[in-house]
Design a protein around this ligand. Structure first.
Ligand code: ADP
Ligand code: 5GP
Length: 236
């Protein structure tokens, strides 16, 4: 089922100006302790960067004020979620803060096949599962400047009870050690600077030599006209 680790595709991506460097979509994974600002940053990234799609997870948690079905999450009952698990509908799923969260296979592989980059905003357990399945994925860990700032962000967000905030803060001490598993670390102090850092990572990853479309290279610089139309088994 892991079709995302194979070679380049030339299918057009909707809403994104494709260039001669057409390639498969890249899977970006972002994790952070709750309250760090990852949802805020991921929404802005998806709005700013062409060719980037923010994956929508399924969850059994109830919507927060302002959250919308199908935009922020697919909010489902536990039975529906378990049926999806049984059908193998999820690339990965996890228990997080007492609720179930899962990343659906279908939309993710469709986007990657179309050459659209995918942004996954998931917890550390989910990130580790994805990294094993998609070896070419790019993992980014975002940290708050300090525990004091994190606590105040959770309080200002005012979406969780004081007990829930305590639970999330307590978990940070475990989560923070996962930084070693991620390829990049971004410290979210100033929102605009963090966004700039994240955008730099995305653009650089897109330009990596290993992502170069060999068909484009061959047809422009290696094959002569006869070889383009015929057999070119002798190429290096
Ligand atoms: P997460 O998705 O990591 O749980 P959110 O994106 O919901 O976090 O952000 C938590 C709160 O912190 C929100 O109220 C958000 O507006 C605020 N926030 C995010 N980044 C910053 C920042 N760099 N400076 C100040 N406040 C921030
Ligand atoms: P929240 O309830 O604050 O939206 O999210 C709680 C945590 O669940 C966050 O760390 C978020 O990244 C994580 N999460 C959201 N969707 C998924 C998912 O599909 N899989 C996993 N493993 N974690 C998720």
């Amino acid at each position: 089922m892991n079709s995302a680790t194979t070679t380049s595709s030339t299918a057009p991506a909707s809403g994104h100006q494709r260039s001669s460097t057409d390639r498969r979509g890249i899977l970006f994974i972002i994790s952070a302790p709750s309250g760090t600002g990852k949802t805020t940053l991921c929404k802005q990234l998806a709005a700013n960067l062409p060719g980037l799609w923010h994956s929508i997870s399924y969850t059994t948690r109830k919507p927060r004020p302002g959250e919308e079905q199908g935009r922020d999450y697919y909010f489902v009952e536990e039975q529906t979620f378990q049926e999806m698990v049984a059908r193998n509908d999820f690339v990965e799923w996890a228990h997080v803060y007492g609720h179930l969260y899962g990343t659906p296979w279908k939309s993710l592989t469709e986007k990657i096949d179309q050459g659209i980059d995918v942004l996954l905003e998931i917890d550390v357990q989910g990130a580790m599962q994805i990294k094993k399945r998609f070896e070419d994925s790019v993992s980014i860990f975002i940290l708050p400047p300090s525990m004091t700032v994190l606590k105040s962000r959770l309080q200002i967000r005012a979406s969780d009870t004081p007990e829930e905030i305590q639970r999330r803060l307590h978990k940070v001490k475990e989560e923070v050690w996962s930084y070693r598993e991620y390829a990049y670390i971004v410290r979210n102090e100033d929102l605009a600077l963090s966004l700039r850092d994240l955008e730099s990572i995305f653009w650089s990853e897109r330009l990596k030599t290993k992502r170069l479309n060999m068909t484009w290279l061959e047809s422009n610089f290696i094959l002569d006209d006869e070889q383009k139309t015929g057999d070119h088994k002798d190429l290096p």
